[in-house]
Design a binder for this molecule. Structure first.
Ligand code: ADP
Length: 494
């Protein structure tokens, strides 16, 4: 694979009713490669009229798709996984060019997990079932799991292909039809998925992919009376707005929102392991992950020793050309995101936090892109840089005294998506894991997500569980069928 950063701009159309089409307005927008600041793709811009077209085709396709045998739905999802695997390098390269993330992550994490996600939901399509409930003799009661209908899915810019897979897999497996709105910054790989679904034999209209801006295309989807459910991943403030808007049409809503995950290192931890895990926790995807371990709590008794090791290791992390296989930290996904993260360097300094590493833009060959060197602050628990979601390669380190202090500080946050702890003591591990209010708790590891395992938030990190068989609950309605096998009682004595 060439590591040449510049590329000729592509042109991409909307995917509606099984075809690539121009937007009704004819307008397009530029998608930028954040490692160079150059245009990567000129993408047709979906607006209300295009959303209407997409919803109409999803609605028309619903009866057929929801009645399609589970084995056929399964086979199509499996074929998509195979096709994505056969084009893994191409998709990984585009993902890196669009997001700025290191190619090693795109290849082995984003694409690897996305392919496996389609495979998992290919299998899960055949596992959807209701139950029989033996309420009384003479009564046959059972439940059916009906698909919800037309589902609007709105995804963020940090993991475009992976979030597409997390959303499409369970929704299509359960027999729903979908209008997917990728983030305006990163629609490139999501749009290309349409080609794979067509080749896999998905009937037209079952999947529509309509990139556009949040306030126009996104809002039109959330407002649309023929959309039955919105599944959203993004910022907490956008999630609030979406929930409010969706309440007007009583759409089902599931929200996967922000985070500020605590990562706790106890004095009995394997320190080298904890150092590597803590760096992986915060610098994976340049820290642009809602599970990012951006609050690092280190027990007082080992603080100095641990920090010495952490800083030595952090300095060795290679920031570079995202297409180079040896690069570990690439560019932030947009100029806007770079500016936001960079502003927190000034905020941290102003509130008296001590800058231990980084805090500066990478120079040389990288100076046209949005690269921030890995940044570490020694901070206090109450500071803004410890409480607010920075969403960048930006770590706040805080001391704690004992187990109770660690639990208190970990839970003192508006968010509750993920947390981690490092200890060799099994009692500490289980006690702390039970007490922390978050949807995923890692012990002696970080960032490992499995397609079989439910994922989602407590508190302001949202609600609903993606992944695993649980995700199917978000895309099905339970229907109870009650049959009297004898005679209905003559209640009115007629
Ligand atoms: P960020 O600010 O980090 O881009 P957002 O939560 O704004 O995060 O974006 C996540 C997704 O939500 C994107 O696809 C974006 O276009 C979409 N979005 C933003 N605002 C709205 C809105 N008002 N209604 C629907 N979707 C929106």
């Amino acid at each position: 694979m060439t590591t040449e950063l510049s590329s000729k701009p592509m042109e991409q159309d909307l995917f509606i009713n099984g075809e690539y089409v121009k937007s009704a307005s004819g307008k397009s927008f530029d998608v930028i490669n954040p490692a160079t600041g150059e245009v990567l793709s000129k993408v047709q811009e979906a607006d209300k009229e295009d959303i209407d077209r997409a919803v109409k085709s999803a609605k028309a396709a619903f009866d057929t798709w929801s009645e399609t045998p589970a084995s056929t739905r399964s086979a199509i999802l499996n074929k998509v996984a195979d096709l994505l695997e056969s084009r893994k390098e191409e998709f990984a390269k585009l993902e890196t060019q669009n997001t700025g993330k290191p190619i090693v992550e795109s290849m082995f994490l984003d694409l690897g997990l996305a392919i496996d996600c389609f495979r998992f939901y290919s299998a899960a399509a055949r596992m959807i079932r209701g139950e029989t409930i033996p309420v009384a003799s003479g009564q046959l009661v059972y439940t059916l799991k009906d698909p919800v209908g037309v589902v609007g899915q709105i995804i963020p810019w940090n993991f475009p292909i992976l979030m597409s897979a997390w959303k499409l897999g369970p929704a299509l497996a359960a027999g729903n039809t979908v209008v997917l709105k990728p983030a305006e910054q990163t629609p490139v790989t999501a749009l290309k998925l349409g080609e794979l679904f067509n080749e896999a034999g998905l009937p037209p209209g079952v999947l529509n992919i309509v990139p556009g801006f949040g306030e126009t295309a996104g809002a039109a989807l959330v407002n649309h009376p023929d959309v039955d459910k919105i599944a959203f991943t993004g910022e907490t403030k956008t999630g609030r707005l979406i929930m409010e808007t969706a309440s007007k049409t009583l759409k089902r809503v599931s929200l996967e929102l922000g985070g500020k995950a605590p990562n706790i290192v106890f004095e009995d931890a394997d320190l080298d392991n904890a150092v590597h895990g803590s760096l992986f926790a915060v610098y994976l995807n340049q820290g642009q992950a809602c599970v990012s371990g951006s609050r690092l709590y280190v027990q007082e008794s080992i603080y100095d020793k641990f920090m010495e090791k952490l800083l030595v290791a952090a300095q060795k992390i290679k920031v570079g050309n995202p297409l180079d296989m040896t690069t570990k930290v690439g560019a932030l996904a947009s100029k806007e995101q770079f500016d936001k993260v960079y502003s927190y360097v000034a905020i941290g300094k102003a509130e008296g936090a001590k800058l231990l590493l980084g805090g500066d833009k990478a120079g040389g060959d990288l100076s046209n892109g949005f690269f921030l060197n890995p940044t570490i602050f020694e901070a206090e628990h109450t500071m803004r840089i410890t409480q607010e979601e920075v969403f960048g390669p930006f770590l706040s380190v805080i001391k704690f005294k004992d187990v109770n202090d660690a639990i208190l500080k970990a839970n003192d946050s508006q968010y509750g998506l993920a947390a981690a702890l490092w200890t060799k003591n099994v009692n500490t591990a289980h006690t702390v894991a039970r007490k922390i209010k978050a949807g995923t708790i890692w012990v002696n590891t970080y960032n490992f997500l499995f397609n079989e395992v439910p994922f989602g938030g407590f508190k302001n990190s949202g609600f609903g569980r993606e992944l695993g068989l649980q995700a199917l609950d978000m895309y099905t309605e339970s229907k109870s069928i009650c049959i009297d096998l004898g005679q209905h009682p003559n209640w009115f004595g007629l």
